[in-house]
Design a binder for this molecule. Structure first.
Ligand code: ADE
Length: 249
């Protein structure tokens, strides 16, 4: 899969993505992350890419021309690549959006800076606006890297073990069950018995029940999206009551 980042800070993208699993995926040719410096497309002798706002207002805005020309340079004669503008006004990124983007061959990210980008460039090149959360960053670069990371790990063979993302938090709308590794006992705390007994069905049931409970405790809002069975609701209800009575003791 190919990602192109249109940015004023190409080095920032390299610094963030040049490590670990993502760097290995790049060197194995599973993903390609291309960085395009918008400043290279400035027609100003000082490589200026921003200007003041028409109609007044504080701050500077990225001009349409260098942004559009930078985008044009990657599009070539190809079919228009899916183009995402990183902005706090966009729809909030989640695992479903990561899956949708992972099906595409080429995604272009436009990273804004200062007060944003001239609306005409956005209207001409952008297919969707995405935010990584309800807060404002200094630019879109960190957001682009977050999305590239989350999407890349869904590409076949990027993760060493494909099952690693089948059971994880947010798959199927539930958080994960707690996990344990050696030793069996740490600071007086033991690994839950069921995980040591090798009964696969019981382990699956335990994990599902813990995942439900974990979601209830940490992200109750996520339960609204799930269609739990009556048994699952009852299980949660009893588990919650049992926990409350332990607290009362
Ligand atoms: N640029 C500034 N803030 C942002 C956010 N929350 N998400 C994506 N891009 C941004």
């Amino acid at each position: 899969m190919r990602f192109t980042v249109l940015t004023l800070f190409p080095k920032q993208i390299e610094d963030i993505l040049g490590h670990s699993i993502i760097a290995r995926a790049m060197s194995r040719g599973l993903i390609e992350v291309e960085r395009v410096d918008i400043r290279d497309y400035s027609v100003n002798k000082h490589r200026k890419v921003d200007d003041t706002l028409y109609g007044g207002g504080t701050g500077m805005l990225m001009q349409a021309q260098p942004v559009y020309d930078a985008w044009k340079s990657v599009v070539g004669d190809d079919k228009r690549p899916h183009t995402v503008y990183l902005s706090p006004q966009g729809k909030v990124f989640n695992q479903d959006i990561a899956h949708e983007l992972s099906k595409l061959k080429h995604v272009v990210f436009l990273c804004g800076h200062y007060e944003g980008v001239d609306q005409r460039a956005i209207d001409l090149i952008v297919d969707e606006e995405i935010s990584i959360g309800d807060y404002v960053l200094t630019g879109g670069e960190l957001a682009a890297c977050v999305i590239i990371d989350a999407v890349s790990r869904l590409i076949p063979n990027v993760l060493p073990d494909a099952s690693a993302f089948e059971n994880e938090s947010h798959m199927g709308g539930l958080l994960e069950a707690p996990q344990y590794t050696k030793p069996e006992e740490f600071m007086g705390r033991e690994v839950p018995r069921v995980l040591m007994e090798g009964h696969h069905l019981k382990i699956e049931q335990w994990r599902h029940s813990e995942a439900l409970y974990n979601t209830l405790i940490k992200r109750p809002d996520m339960l609204d999206q799930l269609h739990l069975t009556v048994d699952e609701w009852l299980e949660l209800f009893h588990r919650d009551r049992a926990d409350e009575s332990l607290k009362d003791e």
